[in-house]
Design a protein around this ligand. Sequence first.
Ligand code: HPA
Length: 247
Amino acid sequence: MAAIDLAVIGGTGVYRLANLQEAEAIEGDTPFGKPSGPVRVGRLRGRRVAFLARHGEGHSLPPHRVNYRANLWQLKQLGASRVLAINTVGGITERFGPRVLALPDQLIDYTWGRASSFWDGEGGEVLHVDFGDPYTPSLRAEVLAAAARAGVAVVDGGCYGATQGPRLETKAEIARMRRDGCDLVGMTGMPEAGLARELGLDYACLAVVANWAAGCSDDGEITLAEVLAHVEAASAGLPGLFDALLG
Ligand code: HPA
């Protein structure tokens, strides 16, 4: 299998990769079950790029039902060695308001009950991967440089708090996350990042801020319409960023 220059995992509101040409849809199976949907492999700026919609192309999988292991296994099997994950998030701290794109450099995992390791078979190998820097610094640096070349504003750094969902958080939960040091909150950042590390994949998270998290503004109720509108607006910068990253 020819190598893939970059694999992209799309989150809520990002179900296709603009400008991906001659893509073939690869349906697959893995020892961990089926991925969320087909992996679309094609060319972008002449480079081989793979795209997978994390929630399925019709958005049928909630965050706690995504088969993160199958998704990453499949991307690796197809020849990917680096993954850029797009994650829709809520913003907690000042720099991370709606429509911001951010490249976090830390995370805290509040999820539970998810299959979070490839190494949980009885009698199997036990692997404790280093995860001090959960996002690959070299890939983060490349994405930041590409964003600068493309003139797309991306906030460098921040701590992503991964919650279980699918409900949104209470104000008290967000207040606790703020005290913990979280800047962003989302439901899909883990175990994906940890699993990528276990497989030796370079991995970075491009967070798309869709709303202020609970209690962080006077906006009132968070609606799906608001989330999708902000994601669509923020995503306008993505094609230029990907062109610069791959060009
Ligand atoms: N919380 C958790 N996940 C999210 C949010 C949020 O406020 N917005 C988009 N994804």
